[in-house]
Write a protein that binds this ligand. Sequence first.
Ligand SMILES: [Zn+2]
Length: 146
Amino acid sequence: MSEPTSRPTAPENAAPSAGEGPDFDKGGGILPAIAQDAQTGEVLMLAFMNAESYAETLATGRAVYFSRSRNRLWRKGEESGNVQLVREVRIDCDGDAILLKVEQVGGAACHTGHRSCFYRRVTKEGLEVVGTPLFDPAQVYGKKSG
Ligand SMILES: [Zn+2]
């Protein structure tokens, strides 16, 4: 159980060590990012990040994603004001998924006004809506879609 006198060299397929960031190449430039309530652990949403959005998230302390549909950076809350203050960032074991522990300003992460994007429960009878929206999307986003 004593310390080895010489450090063995890491094998080429070793997991990323501390200090390295996510490996965006594994996802073709984008990786999934989960936003979780920093206090309750509730999963709020799943989005995607590229290296640029990840760097801006770390630099600003606010969640910045990459919108695949708009093909550009998506600064969460840029329209609604419901930004996510990032309290902690974690990277999974093989460096291809990102977890953000956030404080969700406004209480709702979803553009529908629901606290979590996962507000629909799958049942044998179909989808069941869980909880009620915290805001009216039409008032927050106006007539614009998205
Ligand atoms: Zn949503």
